[in-house]
Design a protein around this ligand. Structure first.
Ligand code: IVH
Length: 677
């Protein structure tokens, strides 16, 4: 019996140590398989000897029974909130206020760290064991969410002593519970499939998941936590906030250490706030601002707090990516492949410094699922350079005047009866001469990444279409000067320039040409893959489904081409009208020559994943560079990944890559590979 107890205790200790390496330091020492072996052995022993199970055993995270209600927890020290600021000047004013208050010219440091968009919780550790976890509530009294918090793998059930400092008898640690963006998106996808309402953002998803009466539900939600401060702490021996963060980490708590910056001046503070805002999309979780804190804990104590917020801290809020506005009307646009997309026309609203007037509603199914009506107040989201989208409606704001949207039965551009593409719930105009459709197809054809024909603006294009001078892209190559000069608003110079641009576009690459054809699901990346793989237009045209769709089992097909894309390509070239159009383009003198130089580079078709912060460029720039050179960027590491590019303070992707034997590139090596060095 004594031996069993010994083994159990040593297993627990070992598992705690590996949890710390994995979850807190993001630097595991053993493989997942080895970890699983330890964990299973502990489970086995505990099953044989249930009397030896302790609540702080690593096996005791899940399994608690559902609660009836949440009990209340009083915070020993109120959980305050932060004063917000929006402009650089607010930060300077904050600095000036502090200096006035302190009446002391001695310089001091600030820390700046990401403000994570989740919900605040407090964990109480007594003699190193997690006893109570609660939400912030009204700041004085929160809800007891202990069983739920215990399901979060990055929250230690017991503190460990990794540094010099002994574990305090009492530690109230505070932090933010959040959900990573990718996990949030996959949770929503799952909910869509189950016909459940989606969460508007990761914060709501995190809050909804934590406030579950049944902890088994919480356990299935991928929550995470960063600690950023303390309430009461016995035997307190820290001088600065930064030291405190290091100390928490050495007790096994997860802190956002690589992104906490100590700044000597307020201008440095401002600079780092901007840096974080610029890089906000590089984080795997949402950050809605930066938190600025006076680093010295003694100064923090002297500064004290106002009614609701400390004087020593300030939140610098980033420009929001979501805003509330109203849908004025919904109309339907015809895309280049004939797909009809409902578009919401909005009361103009500024999001992240850009005025948004329209947002996509994707398709009819989405509108119905989200119950979005004309006249509704809605949440609109804009992130990076993607098209703004309507996230959800706010039904409580309805007046009764709202109108439900019905998809038109006939194409709004040409009046042809709309058909449904069965498997995809998408409405489509089947008329290949539909002016709306042709216009979009032409715009796509001449776009920069495709045939790159400059000088064909909306006004001229509209006239060419209205007068029937162009009914498909190949007609462009038959336009003569005499035709163009007769149009309104065109002069000698622009007519000549346009004709030269059209002529110049004839020399192109196979990838660009394939892209220009506007095959459904074939974007820049897939077009390049096809060009590299087949090498000639003829071979692409004659490719079968099996030649195209990637088959993991026997390695046939093209990596990166799935069944949907393959089907679309085959059916495109099966269509005699499309084949004829291609023939006309070639007869007009268009010469797609082999794969583009970019895709024949060493990274053509290769799959990249990025982790950590790069020194020489933003993540978005690195992604663009990879794509430009013919590579592909994925968000998570899998067996299909060719390279993992590792910047400063990489995430868990590094471990995954090492496990799967994926080649890992440092920044220098990466730049060399893409030919930027
Ligand atoms: S420090 C006295 N640091 O922001 C309050 N808060 O708007 C000390 N938050 O309720 C808070 N990341 O939930 C701090 N790195 C961070 C934070 C952070 C997110 C949240 C926290 C707080 C809210 C205030």
């Amino acid at each position: 019996m004594e031996d069993v107890l010994k083994e159990i205790e040593s297993l627990r200790e070992e598992i705690r140590h590996h949890n710390y390496r994995y979850y807190v330091l993001d630097d595991p020492e053993i493989s997942d398989a080895e970890y699983d072996r330890l964990f299973r052995r502990l489970l086995e022993l505990e099953q044989q000897h249930p009397d030896l199970i302790t609540p702080d055993s690593p096996t005791q995270r899940v399994g608690a029974e559902p609660q009836e209600t949440f009990t209340e927890v009083k915070h020993r020290i109120p959980m305050l909130s932060l004063e917000n600021s929006f402009h650089d000047q607010d930060i300077r004013d904050f600095d000036a206020r502090i200096k006035r208050f302190l009446k002391d010219p001695t310089p001091f440091d600030y820390t700046v760290e990401p403000k994570i968009d989740g919900l605040a919780v407090e964990l109480v550790y007594e003699k190193g064991a997690l006893t109570v976890a609660s939400t912030r509530g009204d700041g004085f009294v929160g809800e007891n969410v202990t069983p739920n918090i215990k399901t979060i793998l990055t929250v230690p059930l017991t503190l460990i002593e990794m540094g010099k400092r002994p574990i305090p008898d009492l530690l109230e640690v505070r932090g933010e519970v959040y959900m990573e963006t990718e996990a949030f998106e996959s949770l929503n996808r799952e909910r869509i499939n189950k016909n459940l309402p989606v969460f508007a953002n990761p914060r709501n998803a995190a809050a909804g998941s934590l406030r579950q009466l049944n902890p088994r539900i919480t356990a299935r939600r991928p929550l995470n936590m960063f600690c950023y401060g303390v309430g009461e702490i016995s035997g307190d021996s820290f001088d600065t906030h930064y030291e405190l963060m290091v100390g928490l980490q050495e007790w096994g708590l997860r802190v956002n250490r690589p992104h906490i910056r100590v700044c000597g001046t307020i201008e440095e503070v401002i600079e780092y706030c901007h840096y974080l805002e610029e890089h906000r999309e590089d984080f795997p979780f949402e950050i809605d601002g930066a938190v600025i804190k006076v680093n010295s804990l003694a100064l923090q104590a002297r500064l004290g707090h106002k009614a609701r917020s400390p004087r020593w801290a300030l939140a610098f809020k980033f420009k929001p990516t979501q805003e509330t506005t109203r849908i004025l009307r919904i109309d339907v646009q015809v895309g280049r492949t004939g797909a009809l997309t409902p578009v919401a026309h909005l009361e103009p609203v500024e999001i992240g410094g850009v005025t948004v007037k329209r947002a996509t509603l994707h398709n009819e199914d989405e509108i119905n699922r989200k119950d979005i009506r004309e006249g509704d107040t809605v949440i609109v989201q804009r992130a990076g350079d993607v098209i703004p989208e309507v996230v959800k409606s706010i039904p409580s704001k309805r007046t009764g005047q709202e109108r439900r949207f019905v998809m038109p039965t006939h194409c709004p551009s040409c009046g042809t009866k709309v058909v449904k593409r069965g498997d995809e719930k998408i409405s489509e105009c089947p008329n290949r001469r539909c002016p709306g459709r042709v216009k979009e197809a032409l715009k796509h054809f001449i776009s920069k990444g495709a045939m790159n024909i400059e000088g064909l603006g909306d006004k001229i294009m509209a006239q060419l279409l209205d007068r029937g001078m162009v009914t498909e892209a190949a007609d462009l190559y038959h336009l003569r000067y005499e035709d163009l000069i007769r149009l309104d608003k065109i002069e000698h110079k622009s007519a000549t320039n346009l004709l030269n641009a059209i002529e110049g576009s004839k020399n192109t690459t196979l990838g660009k040409f394939i892209l220009a054809l506007g095959i459904r699901h074939v974007g820049e990346h897939v077009a390049e893959l096809l060009a590299t793989h087949f090498g000639s237009l003829e071979r692409i045209q004659n490719a079968t489904y099996e030649d195209l769709a990637y088959n993991k089992k026997n390695g046939s097909g093209i990596k990166g081409v799935g069944p949907e894309i393959a089907k679309s390509i085959v059916s495109f070239f099966e269509d005699e009208a499309n084949r004829k159009h291609v023939r006309r383009l070639l007869e007009a003198g268009v010469r797609p020559e082999g794969p583009s130089p970019a895709s024949s580079s060493s990274i053509g078709g290769k799959s990249f994943v990025l982790t950590g912060t790069l020194k020489s460029m933003k993540r978005s720039e690195a992604k663009e560079l990879i794509r430009k050179k013919g590579g592909r960027v994925a968000s998570s590491v899998s067996r299909a990944t060719d390279y993992l590019v590792v910047g400063e303070s990489p995430g868990s992707k590094l471990k995954k890559a090492q496990e799967l034997g994926v080649e890992v590139l440092g920044e220098e090596k990466f730049l060399e590979l893409v030919g930027e060095k």
